[in-house]
Design a protein around this ligand. Structure first.
Ligand code: SAH
Length: 201
């Protein structure tokens, strides 16, 4: 039913037709705050799942993280590569389907960051997605899940995120470390975002 979402072509079209209405045109300020404080996330190997145009990847690289950013949209990744060049930082961009990342990437990362990707994937693949993220993390690695939109919408994509459902699936592969709504979201997203950090046993 949601098969179109599984294809790079679907997302490329959105980016190319200027229909990427989720695109902040800058890094997520809450993620930047988290990284700056580095209380819960000290610099390390970071994978950004569904990096879009790469703003968060470039920002994290500036703070000394070793960043790999994956997205299967050719257009989005091209934009990210240019951004990294212009800002003179090194980001390892992968134009790949997250679901197809193979052994080479297993247990390689201290952190996986995800923002507006879980809500965008085919809902039938949610558990497969979380399981995949778990396979990419080192033991004790962390999933930084920045969940938006947490109010239920039916006009997806992006789909709304049911926090209880997310927690139920994520708990099969991770232990919840932090969950908070006390974050400085950008205005239109305020009250509709939840930051959760999960740890891989
Ligand atoms: N995190 C970015 C992009 C969110 S939109 C931001 O906040 O702006 C969701 C992104 O996930 C899109 O760029 C889409 O191309 C990508 N995506 C969706 N399914 C994917 C998959 N299976 N493999 C790789 N990227 C995927």
């Amino acid at each position: 039913m949601f098969k179109a979402l599984d294809t790079a072509a679907y997302w490329d079209e959105k980016y190319l037709n200027n229909e990427a209405n989720w695109d902040l045109k800058s890094a997520n300020p809450v993620f930047e705050d988290l990284i700056k404080q580095s209380e819960f996330v000290a610099p390390g190997k970071l994978l950004i799942a569904g990096c879009g145009r790469g703003y968060d990847a470039v920002m994290a690289a500036k703070y000394g993280y070793d960043v790999t950013a994956v997205d299967f949209s050719v257009s989005a990744v091209e934009f990210g590569k240019n951004l990294a060049n212009n800002e003179a930082v090194n980001v390892n961009f992968l134009t790949e389907d997250i679901f197809l990342l193979d052994e080479e990437y297993f247990e390689q990362y201290d952190y996986v960051y995800e923002y507006v990707t879980y809500c965008a994937i085919n809902p039938e693949r949610r558990e497969e997605y979380i399981k995949k993220i778990s396979s990419l993390l080192k033991p004790s690695g962390k999933l930084i899940a920045f969940l938006f939109p947490t109010d239920i919408r039916h006009d997806g994509p992006p789909f709304g995120i049911d926090i209880k459902e997310f927690y139920r699936i994520a708990s099969k592969y991770f232990k919840l470390e932090i969950s908070t709504k006390k974050i400085k979201s950008i205005k239109p997203r305020a009250g509709r975002e939840v930051l959760q950090i999960y740890i891989k046993p």
